[in-house]
Design a protein. Structure first.
Length: 341
């Protein structure tokens, strides 16, 4: 039975409302991502930014907007080394390598070089990062400079972390999910598809290379910045041993990172839960020998499960999930209203 005209009109209005919600969500996300402050301007017209004094390191303003011809100066407030590197220097897919302070003489508050500055002569949107604590695409220690022409034109948006994310997946095939391990040494066997495993290389974010970081029993681990700390074991090979593991249930998160220990976004992870029990003699049981080779093919999560484990607030993964859910909900409402019209 065909619905009365006034009902069909209401449904068409609801469908248009759903489309409006979609457009509003996209606009809000774009404004959040690319809106910037004007920065702190010195007497000579230079815009001053600083690098935080403690980890996780960041720039004083992640996104700023300036005029053509403006010079930006970054000053370190920490003794840790940093670089100011445009995204294209670390990944050609992100565009041109426009500026790079370099790894040969990093920026730090205690070194010979305490600041770096660059004059932006052309309009555009310039994404940059620290080679040591960030990655192209707005990952971890990173920022964006929007340079506006007199007409107000800027240029295309920068390439996102999702586009630059390595086409890789990982798996933990020992210990298995729900396994019981005897003793306080746990042998972990891992494999990666779509990338090559190697030891860390300072300042490198090549999507074709990386290594594992194993996080044991961390509550809400921060997977948005460089990984480190006492609960982390780095693995440059397919086998690693975690020692001094207390008896009881445990959660192991394997995280694939770039050479600089920064995870891509969304993170590439694999999680296993297992239990350890004390050895019969009270000592540590010998670590189990490695399994006979990694499987030649497997199907770990396509995007990892770490997207649900990242920190709140500034975690870009949470933004991806929230925006995706909002858009899908609005699309679903629109389709339902259209079908009923």
């Amino acid at each position: 039975m065909r619905a009365p005209e006034f009902l069909r009109s209401q449904r068409r209005l609801s469908a248009r409302l759903a489309l409006g919600l979609i457009m509003a969500a996209v606009a809000a996300l774009s404004a959040w991502a690319f809106a910037g402050d004007t920065g702190t301007v010195s007497a000579d017209g230079t815009v001053a930014l600083t690098i935080s004094s403690t980890a996780p390191y960041n720039f004083s303003m992640k996104n700023i907007t300036i005029d053509v011809g403006t010079t930006v100066r970054w000053t370190a407030q920490t003794g840790a080394p940093h670089t100011i590197t445009s995204d294209g220097c670390g990944d050609p897919r992100a565009g041109a390598c426009t500026f790079d302070s370099g790894l040969d003489q990093t920026i730090s508050s205690t070194g010979q070089r305490t600041f770096y500055e660059f004059k932006f002569a052309n309009p555009g949107v310039y994404s940059y990062y620290c080679r040591i604590h960030g990655a192209p695409g707005g990952v971890a220690q990173s920022g964006t400079i929007t340079v506006a022409a007199p007409s107000g034109a800027t240029g295309p948006a920068p390439v996102t972390a999702l586009v630059l994310r390595p086409s890789a997946s990982i798996v933990v095939y020992q210990p298995k999910e729900g396994a019981t391990v005897v003793g306080d040494k746990v042998t972990v066997n891992l494999a990666v598809n779509g990338a090559q495993l190697r030891a860390p290389v300072n300042g490198q974010t090549n999507p074709n290379y990386g290594h594992f970081n194993l996080i044991l029993d961390a509550t809400n681990p921060d997977l948005a910045d460089a990984i480190g700390g006492p609960t982390v074991t780095r693995a440059n090979t397919n086998t690693a041993t975690i020692e001094n593991v207390k008896p009881g249930p445990h959660t192991l998160i394997a995280v694939w990172t770039y050479d600089n220990n920064v995870p891509p976004q969304p993170p590439i992870t694999y999680t296993v839960k297992f239990t350890t029990v004390a050895a019969p003699d009270g000592g540590a049981a010998a670590a189990a020998p490695p399994a006979p080779g990694a499987p030649t093919s497997f199907r770990p999560p396509a995007t990892g499960d770490g997207g649900l484990l990242g920190r709140g607030g500034g975690n870009s993964t949470n933004l991806y999930l929230a925006s995706g859910m909002l858009l899908l909900a609005a699309l679903g409402l629109g389709y339902r209203m259209r079908d009923r019209a």
